[in-house]
Ligand binder design. Structure first.
Ligand code: G1P
Length: 956
C-alpha cells in the first residue's frame, strides 16, 4: 500500500487574506498529529506518509552535544535544503541531503555545474556514489537512482538521516530490502587545501556474504558558471580529459569569453582510494557512462553484465567529463564495512591538483581532517551562551557562524544566492564587521581604515568591492546608482568599534578617497578622469589626497544632510537599505534613514567631546569640507539653498581637491553637528508622526516618486513599514512615550507569529511603480512584506536600545522560534534572509541578520558591551531566560581576554525589577565608582592571557 491510499481526505482551499490568496492544504478528517499517534505503533506507516503534501512531515532536527551539531531524519523529504561546506582558501561547496549542490572556487571555476534553488530537485548532476551488489543490483548511496526516487513516497522509502556540524556533513541511508547501509561524510578541510572530501562507507547489514563494488559518478563541469547557458556545449570542446594517479583530471585548454579567450591553467579532478587500493578503472566521459537514452540517475554503463571502465592514462577531449571512479569488487561479510575516500579538487597545475587530493586518500587522513575541521570552526565561533533555553543557545552557534560564511561566500554561491560574483555590497561589508567585533576584534582596526578608502569625496562610495581588503573597483559599465543609506553604516560600525576597544584615535587615522568617473552623487560624470589616473582621489598637484577617518565620516554624513528633496528629508536616490525601493530616484525621500543621519551627526559630536577631553582641540580637514559647515541654521529649512550648498561643494571636488587644509576647532565643529542633528530630530518629529484612530501611532518613513507620503491610513488601506519604525526608534527620533505606540501599531499591523514575527510592511495592494520593484513581488515575499530577518532583528535591537526589554525579546524570540522549528521553517539551524508567506526560511546562511542578531544578543540582551574600551553591564535578560539555577552567561573575547560573564538572578526578576548589586572578577569583588557597573580596561588587561576569566554579576 502506498501513501496515496491513506484514508485521509484532503481539501484544497483558497484562503483569502486581504487580497492575498494563499493556497492551503487542509487535512480535514484527521489532524496529522492524531494520525501519527494512531499509526505510529505500526511504525512503517509513519515513515510511508511523511512526504505527503499537507502532512506533518516530522522533519525536526535535534541538537547533539554542545557544539551545535545536529541530527535530522529524512531530510530528503524537505525541499530546498542545502548545507555549506567551505574553507578560507576559497573552496565553496554546498550539499543537499542527496548530495546535490555544487563546488566552486569563484564564478569562473565551478567543479560541478552551478546550482540555483530549483536545480536542487530538478538536476540529476550530483555527487552520486553507486554500489553494485552481487554484480547486478544497483543502489545509490545518495538515493539518486530513478527507482529509489520513484519509491520516495511509498512504503519502500529508504530511511536516511543527516548529521552535521560546522563545515562537516554526514548522510546515512539504509536499505533493509538489500541489507545494506551507506554513509557518506563530506567536508572541506579547514586546513586550507583546495578540495572537497567524501568518505564513503558501506556496511553489509544482512546475514550473508555479498559482493560490493563502488562506482562514483560526479559530473566534472570544470568551467565558468556563465557557460551554463553561454556555449555550454562549445565549452565542453575545450575539455582535455585524462585518467591518472587514482583520478580523472580535466584541464580545459582555455577559458571561453567572446570578448577575449584566455589560456586556462586550472585543473579539476576527482580522485579516490583507500589505505590499500585505488580505482581499478574510470568512467571519465559523461555520455559514455549514461549511455544512449540513459541519465545520471539511470546510467546504462552500470547495467552491463561486465563493467567496461577505461584504464589509467586514458586521454580524450571535447566532452562533458565525469569523476567516474570504479573500485574493485569486494566480498563483504555480515556487519563488515568497506571504506573509500574521494577528493574533488582544484589545482593551478595538474601536479598541484594531484598533490592536493592524494594526501587525503585514506580513512586515517580523512578522519584526522574531519576532527581538525570540526575543531577549527568550533573554536572560531567563540561566542557561547547559556540561558534557560538550550535550543536557543545552540541555535545561536549557527547564527554566530553565519557571518563567517558570508565572508567566504560573499552574497553569492549558495543555491538561493544565484547572483553576483562573490562580492559583498558596501553595507554588508560594514555590517559584517559588527560580528567580527564580537568574535575576532584583533584584525578589525585596519579593516575599518581600509574600508574607508571606498568613500568618494561627494559622500557616496564605491559599490564594486575588490577581492582584497580595501580594494574598490571603478564601475566600468558606468552604472550610476547611489544608495542613500550607504553613508549610515560606517559610523555605526566605527561607533561599536570605538566602544569595544577604546580606540577613539582611529578617527585620526588617514586614508585616501575613492575616485572614478561618478561625481556629484551620481548626477554627473567626470570626463577628465581616466582609468590610468587610478582609483584614488588626487589633489591639484596630482598627489593622492588623504584625510582622516573623521573627515570621511563627516563627508558622508554632511553631504547627506544637504541632499534633500521637497519634504526636506534625504533623497532616496537609487534605494536605501531596502534594495527594492528602487523606483523613486527623482522625488523619493527616505525619512527612515534621515533619522539615522541625524543619529550619526549627534554621535560624531559626542566623539568630538571625548576627543576634546583627550586633548584634541582642533582638526585638519580639506578646505572644501568647510563649505558643509558653519552655515546659519536658518538655512536648514531652505531646501533650495541646501541643494545649492551641496552642488557647490560637489563641484569643488569633482575632479580633484585643492589639497589645501583648513583647521577647524573641535568646539565649533561639535556645535555645528549638534545643530544639524537637532534640526533633523525636530523636523521629523514635527512632520512624520502618524496618529492612528486605533490608539497607536508610527512614523512615516518614505515619500514616493510622485511626491506623496507613503505610510498612513490611506484610502487604499493602512500602510506601515517596519524600517521606518526601526530607525526612528534606534536613532531616538521616536520619543519615549512613542515607543509603546509604535510597538502597538507593529503588533497590530505587522506581526504574525506563525511566520516568525514582524513583517517588513503591510500589504499595499498596489504595484507601486513610483516606489520600487518590491511592490511587484507577491505580498509576503522577500522585500514585500516577508518577515525579513535583518530588519526584524534590528527592530529587536532598537527596542532594547530604548529599554523595551520585553518587546525586544519578543521580536528576537519570534524569529528564533520560527526559524528553529524546522517543521515550519524547513531549514537547518540558523537564520535565513527572510521567511516567506508560507513560513519557509529563504536564502539561508548569507544574511546581515546574523551579525545583527549576534550583536544584539551580546550587547543588548546580555548587555555586555564596551564603553570607550571599558566593560559595562546593562542586562536586559527577562526572567524566563535564566536557567533552573537562576543563572545565564555569555562568554566572549574582550580586551584580548576570554571572559565569561555570569549573571545570577536569585529572585528571578525581570529587568525593570532587578539591578546589579555586585560584580566579581575571578571571585574578587570589583569596586565600581558611581552608579555604573564598569570594569576599566586597564584592569582587564592585567588578567593573564589564555585563560577563561569569570565575571560574576549579581542581580537583585
Ligand atoms: C539583503 C542584502 C542587503 C539589503 C537587504 C534588503 O539583506 O544583502 O544589503 O539591505 O537584502 O534589500 P541581508 O539578507 O543580507 O540582510
Amino acid at each position: 500500500m502506498t501513501a496515496c491510499f491513506c484514508p485521509v481526505f484532503v481539501e484544497r482551499k483558497v484562503k483569502t487574506e486581504g487580497r492575498r490568496c494563499a493556497e492551503e492544504v487542509k487535512i480535514m478528517t484527521f489532524s496529522a498529529k492524531y494520525l501519527n499517534s494512531v499509526i505510529h505503533p505500526l511504525g512503517i506507516y509513519f515513515k510511508k506518509i511523511t512526504g505527503m503534501k499537507g502532512w506533518k512531515i516530522g522533519m525536526k532536527y535535534e541538537f547533539k552535544g554542545n557544539r551545535g551539531n545536529f541530527y535530522m531524519e529524512n531530510p530528503d523529504l524537505t525541499s530546498y535544503l542545502y548545507f555549506p561546506l567551505a574553507n578560507e582558501s576559497g573552496v565553496m561547496s554546498c550539499v543537499s541531503p542527496d548530495l546535490g549542490g555544487d563546488s566552486k572556487m569563484d564564478q569562473n571555476s565551478f567543479l560541478m555545474p552551478p546550482v540555483s534553488c530549483e536545480n536542487l530537485h530538478n538536476d540529476k548532476s550530483s555527487r552520486n556514489v553507486w554500489c553494485r551488489i552481487d554484480g547486478s543490483t544497483l543502489w545509490s548511496l545518495t538515493g539518486r537512482s530513478s527507482w529509489q526516487q520513484a519509491q520516495k513516497f511509498s512504503e519502500n522509502k529508504e530511511p536516511m538521516a543527516v548529521e552535521a556540524g560546522f563545515m562537516h556533513h554526514k548522510i546515512t541511508r539504509t536499505s533493509d530490502q538489500i541489507g545494506i547501509k551507506g554513509e557518506i561524510s563530506s567536508l572541506v578541510p579547514a586546513t586550507g587545501e583546495s578540495v572537497e572530501l567524501m568518505k564513503i562507507q558501506i556496511e553489509n547489514t544482512s546475514s550473508q556474504y555479498k559482493s560490493f563494488q563502488i562506482i562514483t559518478a560526479i559530473p566534472l563541469y570544470a568551467r565558468s558558471a556563465d557557460n551554463i547557458r553561454d556555449h555550454r556545449h562549445v565549452t565542453s570542446l575545450l575539455h582535455r580529459i585524462k585518467t591518472k594517479s587514482s583520478g580523472v583530471i580535466v584541464t580545459p585548454t582555455m577559458t571561453f569569453d567572446e570578448r577575449g579567450h584566455k589560456p586556462n591553467f586550472r585543473a579539476y579532478g576527482v580522485f579516490g582510494g583507500s589505505e590499500s587500493q585505488g580505482p581499478v578503472g574510470y568512467f571519465p566521459v559523461l555520455e559514455d557512462f549514461i549511455g544512449e537514452g540513459g541519465s545520471l540517475e539511470n546510467p546504462k554503463a552500470l547495467q552491463e553484465r561486465q563493467l567496461k571502465p577505461e584504464k589509467e592514462n586514458f586521454k580524450t577531449g571535447g566532452y562533458e567529463a565525469l569523476g567516474g571512479l570504479c573500485f574493485q569488487e569486494c566480498r563483504v561479510g555480515p556487519k563488515e564495512k568497506i571504506t573509500y575516500v574521494v577528493a574533488m579538487g582544484y589545482g593551478n597545475t595538474e601536479d598541484e591538483l594531484i598533490q592536493n587530493c592524494s594526501q587525503f586518500l585514506s580513512e586515517r587522513a580523512f578522519d584526522r581532517c574531519w576532527e581538525q575541521t570540526a575543531e577549527y570552526w568550533n573554536h572560531k565561533v567563540n561566542v557561547r551562551l547559556k540561558t534557560g533555553n538550550p535550543a536557543f543557545d545552540l541555535w545561536m552557534r549557527w547564527v554566530s557562524f553565519q557571518p563567517m560564511l558570508r565572508r567566504i561566500y560573499g552574497c553569492s554561491f549558495l543555491p538561493h544566492h544565484d547572483y553576483g560574483k562573490g562580492g559583498r555590497g558596501w553595507r554588508d561589508l560594514w555590517q559584517d564587521c559588527l560580528a567580527l567585533l564580537m568574535m575576532n576584534p584583533a584584525g578589525v582596526r585596519q579593516m575599518l581604515i581600509d574600508n574607508f578608502g571606498g568613500v568618494r569625496m561627494d559622500g557616496t562610495n564605491a559599490t564594486i568591492i575588490g577581492n582584497r581588503q580595501g580594494e574598490f573597483v571603478a564601475d566600468r559599465n558606468n552604472i550610476t546608482r547611489v544608495w542613500m543609506d550607504h553613508g549610515v553604516w560606517p559610523f555605526l560600525t566605527t561607533e561599536l568599534y570605538i566602544h569595544q576597544t577604546g580606540d577613539l584615535k582611529i578617527l585620526l587615522e588617514k586614508n585616501s578617497y575613492f575616485k572614478d568617473m561618478q561625481v556629484c552623487r551620481g548626477e554627473d560624470k567626470d570626463i577628465q578622469w581616466k582609468t590610468e589616473d587610478g582609483e584614488r582621489l588626487r589633489d591639484g598637484r596630482g598627489r593622492i589626497y588623504s584625510g582622516t577617518v573623521l573627515e570621511h565620516l563627516l563627508v558622508q554624513n554632511l553631504t547627506s544632510f544637504y541632499d534633500v528633496g521637497e519634504y526636506n528629508h534625504i533623497r532616496i536616490r537609487g534605494a536605501d537599505w531596502n534594495d527594492a525601493l528602487d523606483m523613486a530616484a527623482q522625488r523619493g525621500e527616505s525619512v527612515a534613514f534621515t533619522c539615522m543621519y541625524g543619529y550619526n551627526l549627534k554621535g560624531l559630536a559626542v566623539f568630538l567631546e571625548e576627543l576634546k577631553a583627550q586633548g584634541v582641540a582642533e582638526f585638519e580637514m580639506a578646505e572644501e569640507v568647510r563649505l558643509l559647515l558653519a552655515e546659519d541654521p536658518a538655512v536648514y529649512d531652505d531646501i533650495r539653498r541646501k541643494q545649492e550648498i551641496l552642488k557647490d561643494y560637489c563641484r569643488t571636488c569633482s575632479h580633484h581637491v585643492s589639497g589645501k587644509r583648513a583647521v577647524v576647532k573641535a568646539v565649533d565643529l561639535q556645535a555645528d553637528l549638534l545643530s544639524k542633528a537637532s534640526w533633523i530630530y525636530h523636523h521629523i518629529r514635527q512632520t512624520e508622526w502618524i496618529d492612528s484612530k486605533e490608539g497607536y501611532g508610527w512614523y512615516n518613513g518614505y515619500y514616493d516618486n510622485s511626491g506623496n507620503r507613503v505610510e498612513g491610513e490611506t484610502k487604499a488601506g493602512v500602510r506601515m513599514m517596519l524600517t521606518s519604525q526601526v530607525f526612528s526608534l534606534m536613532s531616538g527620533v521616536a520619543e519615549d512615550p512613542q515607543v509603546k505606540d509604535i510597538v502597538k501599531a507593529a503588533d497590530a499591523l505587522l506581526y504574525r507569529k506563525d511566520i516568525g514575527g514582524y513583517r517588513l510592511n503591510t500589504d499595499f495592494h498596489e504595484v507601486k511603480m513610483d516606489l520600487g520593484r518590491m511592490f511587484g513581488f507577491a505580498y509576503g515575499h522577500k522585500e514585500n512584506g516577508a518577515v525579513f530577518s535583518h530588519m526584524a532583528t534590528m527592530f529587536g535591537n532598537a527596542l532594547y536600545r530604548r529599554n523595551a526589554s520585553g518587546e525586544g525579546y519578543h521580536a528576537l524570540l519570534s524569529l528564533f522560534e520560527h526559524c528553529s522549528n524546522s517543521e515550519k521553517s524547513r531549514i537547518y539551524p540558523g537564520i535565513p534572509e527572510y521567511v516567506d508567506a508560507g513560513g519557509r526560511g529563504m536564502y539561508h546562511y548569507l544574511t546581515g541578520a546574523a551579525s545583527w542578531y549576534l550583536v544584539t544578543v551580546v550587547t543588548q540582551m546580555f548587555g555586555v558591551r564596551g564603553h570607550y574600551g571599558n566593560l559595562i553591564f546593562k542586562p536586559q535578560l527577562i526572567k524566563e531566560q535564566f536557567d533552573e539555577h537562576c543563572q545565564a552567561w555569555v562568554s566572549m573575547e574582550f580586551a584580548g581576554k576570554s571572559l565569561k560573564v555570569l549573571y545570577k538572578n536569585p529572585r528571578n526578576l525581570d529587568p525593570d525589577a532587578y539591578r546589579i548589586t555586585s560584580v566579581t572578577v575571578n571571585g574578587i569583588p570589583c569596586h565600581c565608582p558611581g552608579e555604573e557597573w564598569i570594569i576599566k580596561r586597564e584592569e582587564l588587561l592585567k588578567l593573564p592571557d589564555q585563560e577563561l576569566h569569570t565575571i560574576m554579576v549579581e542581580l537583585n
